[in-house]
Write a protein that binds this ligand. Structure first.
Ligand SMILES: N[C@@H](CCC(=O)N[C@@H](CS)C(=O)NCC(=O)O)C(=O)O
Length: 232
């Protein structure tokens, strides 16, 4: 494995940040090219048929999708696993990763983030306030009710910190940017769990990076990325 590990995707994406945090946790050197998915040309479609980020490249090997990437990383670099513990803990970590990707990400937060941030900034369109209200008032509370019953009083969703914990935390950062606030009195276990996840050094670091890149242009993001993770 001598070719450089490259992650393609702007770290404004929670799925890109999930991969960055796991690479950092594992101590794997990488470089990140801050591609914005909506602005990708036909070369982007070749490496990402669904035109989504992140994509991983190592020499000629190209792999889209953060979950596929993290599973690859766990096999290639088994130290500090992203799916730790016994077989049931590992399965549970994968479930929460899927829940975050499909439901929380695609159906809830993405609506919010797309409407509040991407539509006005990238497409110069007004956000659809009805979609935002539904996400904030109905979908998010339902998801948080579920998660409140799942998070442990101590530790993480699958014992040790896992990809399942990390992706929920990175997604929620985008929700905060889009105007969501966590009601710690209504979901106290969840709030305590989230604080524990956000205190994990690789997550704290990627969250700090996130706050710096969110208002930066891709060229500036590259400089910020190098400051946090080196040149790879
Ligand atoms: N399941 C995918 C989700 C990736 C995803 O939806 N990424 C967003 C950015 S946060 C994207 O590329 N969106 C562009 C689009 O859906 O057209 C993964 O885990 O990588």
């Amino acid at each position: 494995m001598t070719d450089k590990m490259t992650i393609i995707g702007t770290p404004v994406s929670p799925y890109v940040r999930k991969v960055l945090a796991i690479l950092d946790m594992k101590g794997v050197p990488f470089r990140c090219i801050p591609q914005v998915p909506y602005l990708g040309d036909e070369n982007f479609t070749k490496i990402s048929p669904l035109r989504r980020i992140p994509v991983m490249q190592i020499g000629d090997f190209t792999l889209p999708d953060s979950t596929a990437i993290v599973q690859y990383l766990d096999e290639a670099y088994p130290e500090t696993p992203a799916y730790p513990g016994d077989i049931q803990s590992r399965a549970r970590a994968r479930w929460f990763e899927e829940y975050a990707d499909d439901h929380l990400g695609r159906n809830v937060l993405f609506k919010l983030f797309f409407q509040r941030m991407i539509r006005p900034r990238l497409f110069k369109e007004e956000p659809d306030e009805a979609i935002i209200a539904e996400a904030l008032e109905k979908d998010m509370p339902q998801a948080l009710d579920y998660l409140e019953g799942e998070v442990p009083e101590d530790g993480f969703l699958a014992g040790d910190i896992s990809a399942g914990d990390i992706v929920i935390a990175t997604l929620l950062k985008n929700a905060l940017w889009a105007g969501w606030q966590l009601d710690g009195a209504r979901w106290p276990r969840f709030a305590a769990w989230l604080a524990r996840v956000n205190a994990v050094p690789a997550v704290a670091k990627v969250n700090a990076l996130a706050d710096e890149v969110v208002n930066a242009k891709p060229k500036e993001q590259l400089v910020i990325l190098r400051r946090y993770y080196g040149k790879g």
